[in-house]
Design a binder for this molecule. Structure first.
Ligand code: UDP
Ligand code: MG
Length: 315
């Protein structure tokens, strides 16, 4: 098998058939063997029904992993990786925003350079609101300052890579998965190509601002412990400032014997110190919560059933 195409699907009932047809027509003249692994991420619409009928018509090329509930795109990618057996593996969205023709370009690059392991696509012109682009850029600046590995701004999950990269990703069994970081962490030679994002064929994006924000926090916590160090530093600076202020107060009291009412000072200090302490506790809590969840060793996803070429039973 030359290529495994991993397609996470969540409520994509109106896109999956179009996607399948587009892939078949784009790859028709390619002359290589490929499989399409659809991962139904607990869709609440008719996605699974449609995927089942695609599978029935083309059980040679199509596989369907059917999750027991919505586990998120990252888990869907992981399931796809585990199911894949191609020499090359590609991750692509089901909404046709990413044209499969770029997969051919990526494969060509891998074919022509044996030292290259991964080709990732980044959006040429982001069709997003200015404020969202601003927040995304700020996130990349922040995480790149803090983390050891590099995060390329705008690089998406849309990429094609060799089996060795896929195997390394499968070995990373962490529960909070942040693909962009995992790709950087495993290393390998990666090249970036620009691609033109198309309009979503049907349906709406599953990413609200709040979901993106939580995803960004997950990314920071998964790849750097700098926030903990910042908490320590803020605590240290506060302690030093407190000592200086303590000396000032003692001198004032002894030398000038001024009785300062000090109401405002006390209120401000209590609030400030309380705030800093709660903030630091929150940061520690975020890390601890992840340790707690990871320590339960729960699976990254649960597949209700899988439709495979060798397994034609109607499930
Ligand atoms: N997706 C998924 N599980 C989720 C959310 C999204 O499998 O919980 C899939 C979705 O079906 C699509 C891809 O991930 O194929 C990208 O999602 P979306 O188009 O909503 O993201 P955007 O393109 O807006 O970044
Ligand atoms: Mg999309």
């Amino acid at each position: 098998m030359k290529l495994s195409l991993i397609v996470p699907c969540y409520n994509e009932q109106d896109n999956v058939e179009n996607f399948y047809k587009t892939v078949c027509s784009v790859f028709a003249d390619g002359g290589f063997d490929y499989e399409i692994i659809f991962v139904n991420d607990g869709s609440k619409d008719e996605t699974y029904k449609r995927l089942k009928s695609i599978y029935k018509n083309d059980s040679e090329k199509v596989r369907v992993v059917n999750f027991s509930r919505n586990f998120g795109k990252e888990s869907a990618i992981y399931a796809g990786l585990k199911e894949s057996c191609g020499e090359y593996v590609s991750i692509i969205d089901a909404d046709l925003q990413q044209n499969p023709k770029y997969v051919l370009q990526m494969m060509d690059m891998l074919d022509n350079d044996e030292d290259l392991d991964c080709v990732a696509a980044y959006q040429k012109d982001r069709k997003e609101s200015k404020s969202l682009v601003f927040f995304k850029n700020t996130f990349y600046k922040l995480i790149n300052k803090m983390a050891e590995v590099d995060f390329v701004s705008g690089a998406s999950d849309f990429r094609t890579f060799r089996r060795s990269v896929a195997d390394s990703l499968i070995e990373m069994k962490e529960y909070f998965r942040f693909s962009k970081g995992l790709f950087s962490w495993v290393g390998f030679n990666t090249e970036y190509i620009p691609y033109e994002v198309e309009e979503r064929a049907s349906g709406t994006s599953k990413w609200s601002f709040w979901k993106l924000f939580k995803y960004a926090v997950d990314g920071i916590i998964a790849f750097t412990t700098t926030p903990l160090r910042i908490a320590t530093a803020v605590g240290g600076i506060t302690a030093v400032l407190s000592i200086i202020y303590l000396i000032v107060v003692v001198i004032q009291k002894l030398a000038f014997s001024i009785t300062i009412p000090g109401y405002a000072t006390i209120v401000v200090l209590i609030l400030l110190l309380g705030g800093i302490q709660l903030c630091s506790l929150g940061i520690i809590g975020e890390y601890l919560a992840r340790v707690y969840i990871q320590s339960k060793d729960r699976p990254i996803y649960i597949a209700k059933n899988v439709l495979r070429p060798d397994d034609k039973a109607d499930k």
